[in-house]
Write a protein that binds this ligand. Structure first.
Ligand SMILES: C[S@@+](CC[C@H](N)C(=O)[O-])C[C@H]1O[C@@H](n2cnc3c(N)ncnc32)[C@H](O)[C@@H]1O
Length: 373
């Protein structure tokens, strides 16, 4: 294998969600956020294509579990309205994604059999695409509706490693600006690709992690910041000699949380990108979704112990972050890696059990509806 192929695979493995359905089982908050925006898709359906066939895409779908009910409901509404046009749904993610679980789920061979819409409705065709969403993924002018949740904060490549933190939210100004620049290049590539794919009148609806007008972001909404906890425990492992300096630095999340201003930039001014490629930003707003695990604990303190809450809470942080820490340990044996990763999350779990009311993973999304003109 040549060097740059290795680098490519490493980046992909850092981005992957935990497989075999773990991601969607432990990521209830993402599902709640997605379901709450169903009305945007239903509204969009009133305006999209009158053509004979419909093509929808779910960009960065992971195992498909968190958006399954959304698509079930959307198709259900269409059929109830007497719209029986064939619908092609294309799930896109990286080649390293667990598409096998996704296909099984949609065919009713996994969990949530009742939502296996491919079986339930006629004329619905499910496809997978393993090419990244920074490229054009379908034939020009054939996409009726694009959707993406919680995926486009991943940058196509890390512009640098972050030396003293695990995430850009704690990076130095110089490092943070490099991530910001990369994220803008990526966002413009994403928009250009969608502009080519969408048919006139088609919509791209996306809900992305970002930083809201109050400076809040995932796991940082007033309680102890989740990324500070990740950083503290990873640094604790460095200080105890469990990991090396290089391993500490390698655990740099390949993510950038954009602000509303950053997302809007390609749409602002006469000379802006969106005017050149034929896109219009119909709406943009921020949305807070409370951490369901913390809420469950707060509502049931009489029956749920702090230790039980901590045990339930950690997996929702782990489902998407674990691969970053694992990838940083790429020169270790499998057993060593497991031990280090387990003790890292155990330390975080102990911290949560000691101060349960200070931990939550609230979601902060920037929601956009973009139209192809
Ligand atoms: C946090 S998960 C979100 C999954 C699901 N959409 C949700 O909201 O629950 C992010 C997904 O984006 C995918 N992803 C990251 N970069 C990508 C890229 N360049 N192209 C396609 N998918 C990507 C990851 O592999 C992962 O499955």
């Amino acid at each position: 294998m040549v060097e740059n192929e290795k680098a490519f695979l490493n980046t992909q493995s850092e981005l992957s969600m935990k497989g075999a359905g773990y991601y969607s089982k432990k990521t209830i908050g993402a599902k709640i956020a997605i379901d709450s925006l169903q009305h945007l898709i239903i509204d969009a359906l009133n305006n999209i294509s009158k053509s004979k066939n419909l093509r929808f895409a779910d960009f960065g779908s992971a195992d498909g579990g968190t958006s399954q009910e959304l698509w079930y409901n959307v198709i259900s509404v269409m059929r109830e309205r007497g719209d029986h046009r064939p619908i092609e749904i294309i799930y896109t993610d990286l080649a390293s994604n667990d598409f096998s679980t996704l296909f099984k789920t949609m065919q009713g061979m996994g969990e949530n059999v009742d939502l296996a819409y491919q079986k339930e409705f006629e004329n619905v065709f499910v496809h997978g695409c393993g090419t990244g969403f920074h490229d054009q993924l379908v034939t020009s002018g054939t996409l009726s509706l694009g959707f993406s949740a919680t995926a486009m904060h991943y940058v196509s490549e890390k512009p640098c490693q972050i030396l003293n933190h695990v995430h850009m939210v704690g990076a130095s100004n110089i490092e943070r600006n490099k991530f910001k620049k990369q994220a803008l290049v990526d966002w413009e590539a994403i928009l250009s690709a969608r502009a080519k794919e969408l048919e006139p009148g088609g919509r791209f609806i996306c809900i992305n992690f970002g930083i809201d007008e109050n400076g809040r972001y995932l796991g940082n909404t007033g309680d102890k910041s989740m990324f500070e906890s990740f950083n503290r425990h990873w640094k604790g492992h460095l200080d105890s000699g469990i990991i090396t300096e290089e391993e500490f630095i390698s655990a740099t999340f390949p993510q950038h949380y954009r602000t509303v201003e950053e997302f809007s930039q390609p749409f602002v001014g006469n000379d802006c990108l969106s005017n050149k490629i034929g896109l219009k930003l119909n709406r943009i707003f921020t949305k807070l979704t409370k951490c369901p695990y913390r809420q469950e604990y707060e509502n049931n303190k009489a029956t749920i112990t702090p230790e039980e809450f901590a045990k339930e809470f950690i997996p929702t942080t782990r489902s998407w972050s674990e691969t970053v820490f694992r990838s940083a340990l790429k020169n270790r044996t499998y057993e060593e890696t497991n031990q280090i990763v387990e003790s890292f999350y155990k330390n975080y779990e102990n911290e949560v059990a000691n101060s349960p009311s200070e931990h939550s993973m609230d979601y902060v999304h920037i929601v956009m509806e973009i139209e192809r003109i």
